[in-house]
Design a protein around this ligand. Structure first.
Ligand code: IYR
Length: 315
């Protein structure tokens, strides 16, 4: 039905659809996502925040975990620095449109309790070291020289689901292996399993795999119009190439999510205006009928408008 369609729109997978339907029958089901507070809130985060807003509209109670201890274990700074960023992130999420009813929870507020710690030890017994390490492949800061912190991290993320009593856990595709570990191992520590929803990752403006606040390849949701212009102007956006093109992806996720067509304004000498559906955009771009510069100009103007409420919130 309509609610399921809205939740599914733009996601890569839901595990499982039948379980999601059951959760929607509950009185006040809970959906959650966790973020490591580090740096700016960017468009990569925004894809997941938008999906949380959809879930909020679908009747879910929303819990946002500001995962300070996870950030600490992943070497994002001192706990004091991380807590300060957590507060900024909370403001960004409200500015972006999550309602005031959203519950924000600081990880360290419950992750050092005796009960939590005992569950971690219990899960440690039923999780292989190889699997815990593998689950961190797309999350850890270390490619070699692995720390013990790296295998504590996923165990904590799994036990979070138990302690926050969640019906649905959302995350970008890079969280998949931790989520699968949760689905398999939560029953072993006497917990039910949440439904998992995965959203796509956004490529960085440098064309790299993932937009990330620790690389200079992001557009922050509170960037000024001038900064947005500059970042998009300098962004990777190869002519004729739609796969892995961050500007095409931004159009897809942030413009075509609420518009059927996008108006590309061009002077007559460059072919005049175009009004394109998403599929037409892909075709025109691949055929070379739409130049990267015209695409960039349009996406810049649209994005500046879309992020205006965020800038107003902070003023
Ligand atoms: N692993 C996430 C942060 C995180 C998510 C959840 I869901 C948690 O319960 C704890 C941490 C990241 O990579 O940002």
């Amino acid at each position: 039905d309509n609610t399921i369609d809205m939740i599914e729109r733009g996601t890569l997978e839901i595990i499982s659809h039948d379980e999601l339907k059951e959760k929607l029958q509950k009185d006040s089901p809970v959906a959650y996502i966790g973020y490591e507070p580090s740096g700016k809130v960017h468009l990569g985060h925004a894809i997941t925040v938008k999906k949380m807003i959809d879930l909020q509209k679908a009747g879910f109670k929303i819990k946002i975990l500001l995962a300070d201890l996870h950030a600490y274990l992943n070497e994002k700074g001192t706990l004091e620095e991380i807590k300060e960023i957590a507060d900024y992130m909370r403001k960004c999420f409200l500015a972006f449109g999550l309602s005031e009813e959203t519950e924000f929870i600081l990880g360290s507020s419950f992750q050092t309790s005796e009960e939590y710690t005992c569950k971690i030890y219990q899960l440690a017994l039923s999780t292989t070291l190889a699997r815990a390490k593998r689950s961190m492949a797309q999350i850890t800061r270390h490619e070699t020289d692995h720390r013990v912190a790296e295998v504590i991290y996923p165990l904590m993320q799994v036990i979070d689901m138990l302690f926050l009593d969640v019906d649905v856990a959302l995350g970008g595709m890079e969280q998949r292996k931790i989520h699968m570990l949760a689905r398999e191992n939560l029953p072993k520590v006497g917990s039910s399993v949440p439904v998992i929803i995965h959203t796509p990752l956004l490529h960085g403006t440098d064309g790299s795999e993932k937009m990330s606040s620790s690389k200079e390849n992001f557009i922050a949701i509170d960037d000024s119009p001038e900064t947005i212009k500059k970042k998009i102007k300098n962004s990777f956006c190869p002519a004729g190439e739609v796969e892995g093109n961050p500007i095409i992806e931004i159009a897809k996720h942030f413009i075509y999510d609420h518009k059927d067509t996008m108006l590309i304004e061009r002077p007559p000498k460059f072919g005049g205006n175009l009004e394109l559906s998403y599929n037409e955009l892909l075709e025109s771009y691949k055929d070379g009928k739409l130049h990267p510069l015209d695409l960039k100009n349009t996406v810049t103007n649209e994005l500046i408008e879309i992020l205006e409420p965020v800038r107003n919130y902070f003023e």
